[in-house]
Design a protein around this ligand. Sequence first.
Ligand SMILES: [Zn+2]
Length: 284
Amino acid sequence: MATVQDSSHIVPIRLGRGLWQALTERCKRTGETPTHVISAALAEALDLEHHTIYQVSTSGALVEGVYQGCVRIADILRHGDFGLGTFDGLDGEGILLDGTCWQASSNGSVHQASPEAKAPFWVVTHFQPDQVHTFTGVRNWADLTSRIDDLRPSANVFTAIRIRGHFKQINYRVACKSDPGTDLVSATSHQAVFNMQQMDCSLVGFWTPTFARTINVPGYHLHLLSDDHAHGGHVLDLEADVLTVELHTENQLVLALPDTPAFLEADLSGDPSASLAQAGGNHS
Ligand SMILES: [Zn+2]
């Protein structure tokens, strides 16, 4: 039996000749690394939903004020180790990083979310980067996102994004708890806005295709968690000298729709993208 070195996640295994040949041929043909091919195959065998986004509710429902928590954080964690979302009553911003779920509150504090906490909207995945890049001299949000635009394989698949590094400046907001039924634009009009300098952070989030605009926030959506777990929120703008940018292409989406009366009775027939852009903050 293979020995597993827990700290480094290295599994030394001996492959049979046939498997080895097939693996080599696959890597040659597609340009994938052996680690990627093996991880993907293992994730599928272990039912880990590799390349699958698991999402609770829709951005259109949020815009309509459907904020009532419907799924436990513990249940969301079964579907991913990485992602973003919010909490019952739009109470702050959620960050899921390396399997731990954090809640950033509008008073500026961050704490680990209770597994029993309920949430109205989350987007998660099992993050496994298929691209890793170093960006230097990142001037602002527009500069960062246009460089990621050049790396994304297509405008028609989802991309999970993890960014790590030291930020010279980072500007973010945290939604305030709101009464159910308050529409998203009104609810986020009194959000808390923060500006921090010289902070080590991870950013987690997604790029969503325009065609999915009634389901998720179209374009880039990133939440931050500082390395000391003291600060977190929804990213508006930033500046950094050196960043590690990792991308994970996602081509499957599992959508869990709430069975709450608020969701079942909401009118979700409209196009929420203008309201989402306004509520998301004007990225400068
Ligand atoms: Zn957000």
